[in-house]
Design a protein around this ligand. Structure first.
Ligand code: 5AD
Length: 346
């Protein structure tokens, strides 16, 4: 960055750190002028803000991929219903319990049950699995990430004891939402789901992909402003990664630097939100996971799915699910965290 340029960009970063929100044009400017230098500046500030909230501790959440069946046809997602190249599976209640018990034994105290919108894993079935988990391991939190469901379904899940829910809004701009989703999926409904989840008392998470086809800097600015209005407890942002068998299979992946910039911006906007350094970031680059933390993320979600299904939950190509990315690799993860001065919150 040259001197005068830095002057105004640096002033914007200062303003963001101070006021926790910017005007749309100011976000657009940061996003469209994203440079390595800017990422370093924002990351350094964001890391301090994260440390003021969480110390040098990283929270772990065990990610269990309970089904890859999905009735939807999201154009970016490898699990879209029309993708015949996917070998489908769904976990049974017993398998889910077994994997959560395993996660509990290795010290995890949050289980994230994530799956496609599988009509067989009904709302009441999910609620009953949640109830069993909470009865058996009352000191563990259960997070659900099973897509758009009815208000009644969400209520059942909440009453069964589910604590948190992740539902990325994917795109705040309705036109972009329409371009990356099939006809029949409604932007309005997705946003309504998010407000319903919040109303029911779930700790709610939202977010979006960075670099999804057609996305502009204006679109991302709108995402940031939506997140500001919604005030979620958790925020997931990761790079788009092309998935085979989808209409976007030949598109380029999202940018690592821009994803890191956005993690930093979101940390400055939300000092206390839980922001994961996502698997997509780890997939995009070997240092992605650690760089996400150095940019202000405070959560890592090790994969606790049964080894046989890990390759099948292919929302995008080459998804990292072994080594430091999974339950069995927690000691590797801990070493990596230690190398950058962090430890796991136990
Ligand atoms: N690349 C990156 N992230 C993806 N997701 C779905 N498909 C992809 C992809 N191709 C994200 C969506 C979804 C979350 C579970 O995974 O944002 O909400």
């Amino acid at each position: 960055m040259g001197e005068p340029e830095c002057h105004s960009i640096c002033a914007l970063i200062e303003k963001l750190a101070r006021e926790r929100v910017l005007a749309k044009e100011e976000y657009v400017r940061l996003i469209s002028e994203c440079s390595e230098d800017m990422v370093h500046k924002v990351s350094a500030k964001a890391k301090k803000v994260a440390e003021a909230s969480f110390g040098n501790k990283i929270l772990l959440r065990g990610l269990l991929e309970i089904s890859n069946h999905c009735r939807n046809g999201c154009r970016y997602c490898g699990l879209r219903c029309s993708n015949a190249g996917v070998e489908r599976y769904r976990m049974s209640r017993e398998q889910i319990l077994e994997r959560c018990r395993y996660a509990y034994r290795i010290g995890l105290r949050t289980f994230v049950l994530q799956g496609g919108e599988d009509a067989v894993q009904t709302d009441s079935w999910i609620a009953s699995v949640v109830k069993t988990l909470k009865d058996e391991m009352p000191d563990a939190a259960v997070t659900l990430s099973v897509g758009e469901r009815s208000a009644e379904g969400y209520r059942m899940m909440r009453e069964a004891g589910a604590d948190r829910y992740l539902l990325r809004h994917e795109a705040a701009d309705a036109a972009l939402y329409g371009r990356i989703h099939p006809v029949g999926m409604s932007h309005t409904h997705r946003i309504e789901c998010l407000y319903e989840l919040k109303r029911l008392g779930f700790q709610t998470g939202t977010g979006f992909m960075v670099g999804v086809p057609f996305q502009t800097a204006e679109n991302i600015a709108d995402d940031l402003l939506f997140i500001h209005r919604f005030q979620p407890d958790m925020i997931g942002v990761g790079p788009f990664i092309a998935a085979r068998g989808t209409p976007f299979e030949n598109e380029s992946n999202g940018s690592l630097e821009l994803t890191l910039l956005l993690i930093g911006i979101l940390r400055l906007m939300f000092p206390k939100a839980h922001i994961p350094s996502t698997t997509a970031l780890a997939t995009l680059s070997p240092e992605g996971r650690l760089r996400g933390i150095l940019a202000g993320a405070n959560v890592v979600m090790p994969n606790i799915s049964p080894v046989e299904v890990r390759g099948k939950y292919s929302i995008y190509d080459g998804k990292a699910a072994f080594g430091a990315e999974c339950g069995e690799g927690i000691s590797v993860l801990k070493k990596q965290l230690a190398s950058i001065g962090y430890s796991v919150d136990e």
